[in-house]
Design a protein around this ligand. Structure first.
Ligand SMILES: C[S@@+](CC[C@H](N)C(=O)[O-])C[C@H]1O[C@@H](n2cnc3c(N)ncnc32)[C@H](O)[C@@H]1O
Length: 409
């Protein structure tokens, strides 16, 4: 039996070239590890950005300390220690059901990855077929529970979306582009699937992903079901190109016909596309707590902290635009990857105050209770929303805030 580090290195057989960061793995047996390195022709990437060599921006940290100690109380100290230690961060693997997954699934299971999401008893769709009409969908993402476990855990709810995870902070190499082949998996912070699950897209839905680049959540939506339309929008031209490349790398040509890609300001859609969608996702631009802590210069840190003050206004405008673009009865999911109350609850509160006929929905039963094995949530606040907090080893997902608003009239 190999130690966790060695099992991670075994993952090299999944990719053509490994770029594992050994810093992310607790090495129990160096002998075992070196045996494997000898057997494998793959090299460990020593330049991985996810090592403790990353520099913390003290200015940003001080700012976070002041704000989050007040907002999260004693929870902040545990969150802080996870955020400051990239070596302990977990990485989820969302499988691309549009590729042949047979071999990949088996290998991930051998490596101790287990399914993150409750799976239905339905058979998973085979490669190259379109997904069945299920709400939690066919998105899969894997995680590592116990190195000795070779079977996936029991399925606790319906859906075929696949994401596998490990408790250990092991990271697969990102799949490389291969001409004529779709990429088999997408690496992500597993908490970023929660807004997609909350959106609960069903077959035929007209969906807008208002702030879409680089496209992780758009891909996740397509793993769950086949929408009637998936309109992916991104205001920034370069990021829009990136989004387009992501979609081409994962989505088969026939399904691309369901996609619409635009490069516009999301704030305009409330006027130009009033009531046109069943579901809208606003994965808003926000203070990205994880990356902001590791900015390369003090000046950049200062700049971000200035920009941070402007974000709640932009976020509220985007959310109001989405609420106008959704039809009566339709739903909007608002999400961010920051802990900041000003960018989360306060934005939802502002939108509820300005947009008549809108109700927030409680996601506790539907999502938080079912996924508490993997995620830690901050104590609930009003308006209802879930805040995933990275707070201990094996629960390092997040930050991710999400709230679902239903347009009644
Ligand atoms: C958090 S990222 C989205 C991540 C994406 N949903 C994913 O899962 O890969 C927010 C995005 O919103 C874009 N954005 C910022 N302002 C916008 C606006 N006014 N309209 C539309 N998109 C905007 C940013 O350029 C950025 O790409």
């Amino acid at each position: 039996m190999h130690c966790i580090a060695c099992r991670a290195l075994l993952c090299v057989s999944l990719g053509k070239r490994a770029n594992f960061n050994l810093g992310t793995v607790r090495v129990r047996s160096t002998k075992c590890l070196s045996d494997l390195q000898v057997k494998s022709s793959y090299k460990v990437n020593e330049k991985s950005p996810l090592t403790s060599r990353r520099k913390v921006c003290q200015r940003v940290l001080e700012h976070f300390d002041a704000q989050y100690a007040e907002e999260l109380g004693s929870l902040w100290m545990s969150v802080r220690s996870v955020l400051l230690n990239p070596d302990c961060w977990q990485h989820g693997v969302m499988l691309n059901r549009f590729t042949d997954l047979g071999d990949l699934r088996m290998r991930l299971q051998e490596l101790g990855y287990t399914s993150l999401l409750p799976q239905s008893d339905q058979e998973r769709p085979s490669a190259h077929t379109l997904p069945p009409p299920v709400s939690a969908g066919s998105l899969e993402c894997v995680v590592h529970e116990r190195p000795s476990t070779h079977t996936l855990p029991p399925r606790v709810s319906s859906g075929s979306l696949e994401c596998v995870v490990q408790r250990a902070p092991v990271r697969l190499p990102a799949p490389r582009h291969e001409r004529g082949r779709l990429k088999p998996y997408f690496l992500l912070n597993a908490a970023s699937l929660l807004p997609v699950l909350a959106l609960a897209v069903t077959e035929g839905d007209r969906v807008m992903d208002m702030c879409s680049a680089p496209g992780g959540k758009a891909l996740a939506i397509l793993q769950t079901t086949r929408p009637g339309l998936l309109h992916c929008n991104e205001v920034d031209k370069h990021r829009c190109d990136w989004l387009s490349k992501t979609l081409e790398s994962y989505v088969p040509a026939p399904l691309m016909e369901t996609l619409q890609l635009t490069n516009q300001d999301g704030r305009d859609f409330g006027h130009t596309h009033q009531g046109m969608y069943d579901k809208v996702l606003v994965d808003a631009p926000c203070s990205n707590d994880r990356s902001w802590l590791f900015t390369s210069s003090v000046q950049q840190g200062e700049l971000w902290l200035k920009e941070r003050q402007k974000l709640p206004k932009l976020q509220a405008q985007l959310l109001c635009s989405a609420l106008a673009a959704v039809r009566p009865g339709g739903a909007v999911v608002y999400s961010t990857c920051t802990l900041s109350r000003a960018e989360n609850h306060a934005v939802v509160e502002a939108a509820l105050a300005t947009c008549p006929g809108v109700e927030p929905e409680d996601l506790q039963e539907e999502l938080a209770n079912q996924l508490s094995e993997h995620f830690s949530f901050a104590p609930p606040l009003w308006p209802p929303g879930l805040l995933v907090v990275p707070e201990r080893l094996g629960h390092t997902w997040g930050p991710m805030y999400l709230s679902r608003l239903r347009r009644r009239t």
